[in-house]
Design a protein around this ligand. Sequence first.
Ligand SMILES: C[S@@+](CC[C@H](N)C(=O)[O-])C[C@H]1O[C@@H](n2cnc3c(N)ncnc32)[C@H](O)[C@@H]1O
Length: 285
Amino acid sequence: MTTLAALHRIARARLSDAGIVDAALDARILVEDLTGTTRTDLLARPEMDVSAEAAEKLALALARREAGEPVHRILGAREFYGLRLSLSPDTLEPRPDTEALVDLALPFVTSVCEERGACRLLDLGTGTGAIPLAILSAEPRANVVATDIAPGALETARANAKALGLAERVEFVMSDWFGGVDSVFDLIVSNPPYIPSAEIASLAVEVRSFDPLRALDGGADGLMPYRTIARDAGGHLAPGGAVMVEIGAGQGPDVAGIFAEQGFRQAGSRRDLGGHERALSFLRQ
Ligand SMILES: C[S@@+](CC[C@H](N)C(=O)[O-])C[C@H]1O[C@@H](n2cnc3c(N)ncnc32)[C@H](O)[C@@H]1O
């Protein structure tokens, strides 16, 4: 038997010795999750015994973290917009930055629902389903077609929708952007891959070795998916419909230019918690 406080000490020391940037935070998340304890337990009952089984699981998790695997991948799930989402090797780990896109989209979705009683959304490149599931959980009148090119991502997104009780309002379609989509929508959302190909090798090991390449690689200049989305979005928008996309830091002017060439004007934007312009919305000119 080991005590809870001892496990926290061991985990912190191992991750800090391995040069992990957020060693203390990562250690705490792993210990709490794998022992089923909280921060209050550590303060109120530091000498509580932890089972050998939990200590063993933690040792394996620490070895994975030392090798660069991010904590939420090790635990197999991450919270997004208050929802617990399972991850798989085919899904990007959803980032807090993407909540800016949900914040930008929700008022539009709600206003369409008020006006028409429902809002039909298309999510291109859904990954875990993070964006549409957050929107559906906040707006019960919305429904979604969620697409991805990766069958494994769609499988995970479907499981997440089911676990959250939202599956009845989502249709999952395997599609290369708009290739397998044949109807029109009030809102098209996407967080496409937007990293320039040549920059991927220099990303942190947590990203380059554990997020799937097709969730990251946006082509030579990082903007290829925006060109495809802007080119084909018009044919899939209902009257008054909007397109909203997440962008990489500093990509705003280029992405706005790509959409302008296809007859869209920028109607709004939203910053992430780091202050970067992170989500843009477009309407037909
Ligand atoms: C940056 S990830 C975003 C995942 C999720 N929407 C999120 O925000 O967490 C981009 C997603 O686009 C998908 N994708 C890449 N190329 C695609 C294509 N040609 N057609 C459809 N989806 C694609 C990837 O599989 C990945 O799930």
